[in-house]
Write a protein that binds this ligand. Structure first.
Ligand SMILES: [Fe+2]
Ligand SMILES: [Fe+2]
Length: 298
């Protein structure tokens, strides 16, 4: 598969047509792509891929060096990743993203690593770090099917372009359901929900009921997106400004404050337990001067 400008059809990793983008998506059409294609859903250990080494490289850079240097965090995270399995097709998708969209690939690995760290730090036996690893690794897979011209646009998006960006969770859902021959798998549903918010203000469905795994992925996803270079702003958010924004989101009831506190605890010098994190209401840093994110073209 090569990365191309927008095409009005959705293809799987082998280039087979699954769906026309403008086609109405119904339960019947989803059943059709799941049932009739019967993709090989064989699972492969991540230890057999380059993901472990690539994650070490991704989290040994910039702000993440401090976060993951704590208590052998990176070793524990790589151990969890290497104990995790993913379908062969999903690993091929990740390989393709690595080649064609290296910054999205790094973002995926960092979000997976941060989410695994939070999951481990919760010390809750019902919270499975391998499960969150799988969710982190497939979140944003749908971006590989979006047009480069929209993803890399450095000026405000039109309403139409923003609608295209908002299609990536649905694309993920369709692809994962197809590869796993299962429209109800937790990773397909998680891919579908990673842009939802607790108050229902997210997309694509505007749902409020989000499980612990998705609630963990959300602030990690936002944190890395804000603190990374993006074409639509002049510079990344500082760590402090990114945490200010996440705290504001948690005050509005959109993001779970507990997981934001985990991120705050990771960047504090004394590394307090997240329950001991005290927060002032004041903003500690300003956002970047030029930031077109969320601004619509008139
Ligand atoms: Fe996303
Ligand atoms: Fe993301």
């Amino acid at each position: 598969m090569t990365r191309k400008e927008f095409t009005p059809i959705l293809r799987n990793i082998n280039g087979e047509i699954l769906f026309k983008t403008k086609q109405t998506i119904t339960c019947e059409t989803i059943k059709h792509i799941v049932r009739d294609r019967n993709f090989n859903s064989k699972e492969i250990s991540i230890s057999e891929s380059s993901i472990g080494n690539d994650t070490i490289l991704a989290i040994n850079r910039g702000i993440y060096q401090t976060i993951f240097s704590q208590d052998n965090a990176s070793k524990q995270i790589i151990k969890i990743l290497n104990q995790t399995v993913l379908s062969a097709a999903l690993l091929s998708e990740l390989n393709s993203i690595k080649k064609l969209m290296p910054s999205t690939y790094d973002h995926i690995l960092v979000v997976a690593a941060l989410s695994i760290k939070i999951c481990l730090d919760m010390n809750d036996h019902s919270f499975d770090p391998s499960r969150i690893a799988r969710i982190g690794l497939v979140h944003d897979l749908g971006k590989s099917r979006l047009p480069v011209s929209i993803l890399e646009k450095d000026s405000p998006l039109s309403d139409e372009e923003f609608k295209v960006i908002q299609e990536h969770p649905m694309i993920e859902y369709l692809l994962i359901s197809h590869y796993l021959n299962n429209p109800k798998s937790f990773i397909a549903l998680a891919g579908f929900s990673h842009h939802e918010r607790l108050d229902g203000s997210g997309y694509p469905r505007g749902i409020k009921q989000l499980d612990n795994y998705i609630q963990t992925i959300i602030p990690c996803d936002i944190f890395d997106a804000l603190t990374s270079h993006r074409p639509y702003r002049n510079e990344p958010f500082t760590v402090r400004a990114a945490l200010d924004l996440l705290l504001a989101e948690s005050r509005k009831g959109r993001v779970n404050k507990k997981f934001v506190k985990c991120l705050i605890s990771y960047v504090r010098k004394d590394k307090p337990h997240y329950k001991q994190v005290r927060i002032s209401e004041e903003n500690r840093d300003a956002p970047p001067r030029i930031n077109h994110y969320g601004i619509r073209k008139k």
